[in-house]
Design a protein around this ligand. Structure first.
Ligand code: G6P
Ligand code: MN
Length: 439
């Protein structure tokens, strides 16, 4: 049985991930779960909920809650990482500062994502070093930490040999919705997909070997990437703002009816529409703080008071996916999953060393990407521009370079002019004083 550490243990996602682990104990046996967080108070609030989730399924799994890295990682076989540097208060800034300049305010797309990247790359590398110091030499870090594309590139640059697999639940969430639309279990879908994280396209959606993409495209052009009545099987992406996000890819389908875009492409291809409908005073960070966060903290308090735990955490693809990936790593299952990997020719006309998102077979020695071939000029060009923006941001972080940060902001498609880029960057430097390296 494995020792598993969750870095970012105080996250509101932790109970859902642990629930997913509990229903898969036969596939992924556990001796111990350790929660690790640098925010001790927050983690201590969440921990009793997590312990209850464990005890409902197992009396024998040891449960440890710590802020000490050695205690957290000593001898660990797996680390699930989900850090949020600066927490939701800084997400709010990532979203609101660009909006004040008429630019998309989003946690991973546009200037917000770049700012979040500048906060996260170095702490992520610190975490990797701690894990390498204390954990089992064969330990895998499965990393959900955002902004995943930039974090993956930063890790490749700074710790190229680390046993880190960067993942995102957006493709699998899209596949959950596709399954609902097609009336097929999402596990039966086999997709082809190319791009960067939060920036890519599905090119094939096979069910029992038959490509159902044409049918899916017709549906999406009418209703968005949702069932007709917007019903979903997973509460994680069901808030009204998420329903809007799934629906919003309809216009992209109208203009470019090729492939099936990751919904996040709406921020890059129609930023004007997005900004026009965003409330600059109340963004997604506010919704999450007032919604998901409050709900779980209230449930934790009620559980402490009454011993009864209200159902206040998400169990869905987010938790299920990271457990699937861990199983495949642990037992060399070679399952096919969409993950973030070094390109190495998988997308023929993108750089060999780019961190791309493609299907890969997950072996015990890591992902083996599947060749997606060459992509059309239009998509290649969009991808190259986004890649350059993200790579310059990583270099800005490593070198402490203002100039490269400005270039990264300027090259991002969400940012209309260099003046916008500079004004937003300068405000962000102020807001991130406690987090960014000096530029
Ligand atoms: C999707 C993305 C994640 C992102 C999350 C935000 O799951 O893949 O990268 O963090 O959405 O969701 P939220 O509910 O926090 O806005
Ligand atoms: Mn993601």
């Amino acid at each position: 049985p494995f020792i598993l550490s969750i870095a970012g243990g105080g996250s509101t996602y932790t109970p859902g991930i642990v629930k997913s682990l509990m229903v898969r104990l036969e596939d992924f046996p556990l001796a111990e779960i350790r929660l690790y967080d640098i925010d001790e108070a927050r983690q201590n609030t969440i921990a009793p909920v997590v312990e209850k989730v464990i005890r409902d399924h197992s009396q024998s799994i040891k449960f440890t809650v710590t802020s000490d890295a050695q205690t957290a990682f000593r001898g660990a076989h797996f680390v699930f990482a989900q850090m949020r540097v600066g927490q939701y208060k800084m997400r709010e800034q990532d979203e609101k500062i660009p909006l004040r300049h008429g630019v998309v305010g989003q946690e991973t797309c546009g200037p917000g994502g770049l700012a979040y990247g500048l906060r996260t790359i170095l702490p992520m590398v610190e975490l990797i070093d701690l894990v390498e110091r204390y954990a089992d030499k064969k330990a895998w870090i499965v990393n959900y930490s955002n902004p995943a594309a930039i974090v993956a590139e930063g890790v490749r640059r700074l710790r190229p040999n680390a046993r880190v697999l960067n993942i995102c639940d957006m493709p699998v969430a899209a596949m959950r919705n596709m399954g609902a639309i097609l009336g097929a279990d999402r596990h039966k879908l086999e997709v082809d997909y190319f791009g960067l994280n939060h920036f890519g396209w599905f090119t094939k959606v096979r069910v029992d070997g038959e490509d159902r993409l044409p049918e899916l495209r017709e549906h999406v052009a009418r209703f968005g990437l949702l069932t007709e009545d917007a019903a979903q099987t997973d509460p994680q992406h069901s808030d009204p703002s998420w329903v809007k996000t799934w629906r919003n890819i309809k216009p992209i389908m109208d203009h470019f009816p090729d492939f099936l875009p990751n919904p996040y492409l709406q921020y890059y291809l129609m930023p004007n529409d997005i900004v026009a409908h965003q409330n600059a005073d109340y963004t997604r960070a506010n919704e999450v703080m007032d919604g998901r966060e409050k709900k779980l903290f209230a449930a934790a308090a009620e559980y402490q008071r009454t011993g009864i735990l209200p159902d206040a955490y998400h169990v869905g693809v987010h938790g299920a996916f990271i457990v699937d990936v861990a199983c495949s790593l642990a037992f060399d299952l070679r399952q096919r999953h969409l993950v973030i990997v070094e390109n190495k020719g998988a997308i023929a006309n993108l750089p060999y060393d780019a961190m791309v998102e493609v299907p890969a077979y997950i072996t015990s020695e890591g992902p083996e990407p599947v060749r997606m071939g060459a992509v059309p000029l239009f998509h290649q060009t969009l991808l190259m521009q986004q890649l350059a923006s993200e790579q310059l941001l990583v270099e800005a972080t490593i070198e402490g370079s203002y100039e490269k940060a400005l270039q990264a902001f300027t090259l991002n498609r969400t940012v209309p002019t260099m003046q916008h880029a500079k004004a937003i960057l300068d405000e962000m430097i102020e807001a991130n004083r406690d987090y960014w390296p000096a530029l």
